[in-house]
Design a protein around this ligand. Structure first.
Ligand code: EPZ
Length: 448
C-alpha cells in the first residue's frame, strides 16, 4: 500500500507539466461531438462504492484527471480500484485500514472531501484534509462537518486536518442547511445510508448528479427517497451491497460545446447529450438567439445567427439546480461578449468566479466588474488572439471558446486545469474542425 505522506508541513505539491493550448480562431465548427460521462457524478459514485465491501462497477466514467486522482486516493486507502478498459472502473473496498485522506489528494481535487461521509459511516473514523479554497471562492466545508456532527460524529480540527470519529454508529438526524450545498448534501446522504434511523436533508441539492448518486445508492440497497424537490429522506441500513451503474452524461461539457458552436457561427450535433438536464441554460441560450433543437439524446446547435449580426444581450443569474449552473457561467459570458447590447451577469454562488473575465477582456471583450458577484458584458466584441492564463477548469474551457471565436492566434497557459474535467477536449474540438494544438510550455509546437 502506498505510504501516504503525513501532514501539511511535509506536503510538496507534485510537479504538474506546464502546457499551453495554441489556437487559431475564426473558423466555424461543424460535425458531431460525443458527450462524456459527468465528472460531478462519477467522483461521488466512486466514493459511494466505499460504503460496501462488495464489488461495484461503473461504466461511462469520463477519462479525466479528477477521476484518476479519486482512483489513486481510494487506492491509497487500501481500496482495490480496477480500470479494465477506457471509461470503466471497478471498485472493491473490502479491507480498508488506512483511513487517511491526505492534503495531497485534497489539493488536487476538492471532491476528495466527499469521502468523509461514507468512510465515517462505514468504519467509524477517518482523518481527512481540509480542501481549502480555490480560484473560484473560499469554499469552506463547515456545512459538511455540521451535518456529520448532527449525526453524532465527533470532529476535531488540527493542522489542516479533520479528525472524525463516530463512536458506535452514526444516527439519523434532521439536517437543515442554511442554503443549498451540493457536496454538503451528498456527504450527508452518503453517511445517512448506514446511519441508525431516519435522516432528513433540507434544502437538499437537486442537481442531476445528486439524483444519479441516489439512483446508484438505491441499487446498493439503500433506502433513500427525494420526498420533495428540495428534500431527501434516508432510512439507514446496517450494510449495503455491490452494484453496477452507468454514469449520466455531463451537462456542463454539453453546455460548453453548445457555446463553442454558437460563438464560432457553426453547426454542431451533440450526441448522448442530456437535454432535460439543461433547462435553464437552453432557455438563456435560446433567448440570446442560439438555434437549438433537442432530439433523442442529441442537441443540434445552429450558430449562424452570429454571422447574421450577433446574438441578443441577455441578463443571467446563476443558482442551484434547476437554476442556471454556475459552472456554465463562464462559457455563457463568452456568448454574451458576442451579443448586441449590454448583458448583466449575477454570479450568486461563488465570490471569485468572475475574476477570470480579466483574461477575456485581454482578448477584446468589453467587461465591467461591478463587485465580486456582479459584472456587465457589452457586445458585440470582435475578439482577437492574445496570451492568456487559466485559473480554473471552467474558465479554462471558456478561454478556449473565446480563442476559437477570435481572429488570429491565442496562447492559453495552464492547460492542465482543463484536463481535470474535460475528456479529450482537444481531439473533440479538432474533430469539429478547430485549429487547436497542445504544447508543453516553451517547447516546439506538437499536435496531439
Ligand atoms: C459542487 O461543488 C461542484 N463540484 C462544483 O463544480 C459546482 O460549481 C458547485 O457544486 C455548485 O453547483 C463537484 O460536484 C465536485 P456547494 P460544491 O457546496 O459542492 C458554500 C466544477 O467546475 N459552502 O454547492 O463544493 C460555497 O462556498 C466544480 O466542476 C459553504 O459556505 O459547491 C459556495 O459559495 C466547481 N459551506 C456555496 O456554498 C459549506 O460547507 C455552494 O457550494 C459548503 C459550501
Amino acid at each position: 500500500m502506498a505510504d501516504a505522506r503525513p501532514f501539511h508541513w511535509e506536503y510538496q505539491p507534485e510537479h504538474v507539466p506546464r502546457e499551453v493550448f495554441r489556437i487559431e480562431g475564426g473558423k466555424p465548427l461543424g460535425g458531431n461531438v460525443p458527450i462524456s460521462g459527468a465528472k460531478n457524478a462519477a467522483l461521488k459514485l466512486l466514493a459511494a462504492a466505499t460504503l460496501t465491501g462488495e464489488r461495484c462497477r461503473f461504466t461511462n466514467v469520463p477519462e479525466i484527471e479528477d477521476v484518476r486522482v479519486m482512483a489513486d486516493t481510494l487506492r491509497d486507502l487500501g481500496v482495490v480500484v480496477d480500470h479494465p478498459e477506457p471509461n470503466v472502473y471497478e471498485v472493491a473496498s473490502g479491507d480498508v485500514e488506512w483511513l487517511f485522506v491526505p492534503l495531497e489528494a485534497a489539493a488536487k481535487m476538492r471532491a476528495s472531501f466527499v469521502l468523509l461521509g461514507p468512510l465515517l459511516a462505514r468504519f467509524g473514523r477517518v482523518i481527512i484534509s481540509n480542501p481549502g479554497g480555490d480560484r473560484i471562492g473560499r469554499r469552506p466545508v463547515d456545512l459538511h462537518v455540521e451535518a456529520m456532527r448532527a449525526m453524532g460524529a465527533q470532529i476535531d480540527y488540527r493542522n489542516g486536518y479533520f479528525f472524525a470519529t463516530a463512536p458506535g454508529r452514526l444516527r439519523g438526524a434532521e439536517i437543515r442547511f442554511p442554503f443549498v450545498s451540493v457536496m454538503g448534501t451528498e456527504n450527508a446522504l452518503l453517511a445517512a445510508t448506514l446511519a441508525d434511523g431516519h435522516t432528513v436533508i433540507r434544502p437538499a441539492a437537486q442537481e442531476p448528479e445528486t439524483d444519479d448518486l441516489i439512483t446508484f445508492l438505491r441499487k446498493m440497497g439503500a433506502n433513500v427517497e427525494r420526498t420533495y424537490p428540495d428534500t431527501i429522506e434516508v432510512f439507514g441500513k446496517r450494510r449495503l451491497r455491490g452494484a453496477e451503474h452507468n454514469v449520466i452524461p455531463d451537462r456542463i461539457e454539453a453546455g460548453t460545446f453548445i457555446i463553442a458552436a454558437a460563438v464560432t457561427g457553426g453547426r454542431v450535433r451533440l450526441e448522448g447529450a442530456p437535454c432535460d438536464h439543461l433547462g435553464a441554460f437552453l432557455d438563456v441560450a435560446g433567448r440570446a438567439g442560439v438555434g437549438l433543437v433537442c432530439g433523442n439524446g442529441t442537441i443540434d446547435v445552429d450558430g449562424s445567427p452570429l454571422l447574421a449580426g450577433g446574438f441578443r444581450a441577455t441578463d443571467i443569474e446563476t443558482a442551484p439546480y434547476p437554476g442556471l449552473a454556475t459552472d456554465l457561467q463562464p462559457p455563457m459570458c463568452v456568448l454574451l461578449s458576442q451579443a448586441d447590447g449590454t448583458s448583466r451577469v449575477h454570479e450568486s454562488i461563488f465570490e471569485d468566479r468572475l475574476e477570470w473575465l480579466a483574461e477575456l477582456s485581454k482578448m477584446g471583450a468589453d467587461v465591467r466588474l461591478v463587485d465580486e458577484h456582479h459584472a456587465s458584458i457589452t457586445g458585440r466584441s470582435r475578439l482577437h488572439g492574445a496570451d492568456v492564463e487559466i485559473g480554473d477548469l471552467r474558465a479554462g474551457a471558456s478561454l478556449i471558446l473565446a480563442a476559437l471565436a477570435a481572429s488570429g492566434t491565442t496562447t492559453i497557459h495552464g492547460a492542465h486545469h482543463v484536463h481535470r474535467g474535460y475528456e479529450n477536449i482537444q481531439t473533440k474540438f479538432q474533430d469539429l474542425g478547430a485549429r487547436i494544438e497542445r504544447q508543453a510550455e516553451g517547447t516546439a509546437v506538437t499536435s496531439s
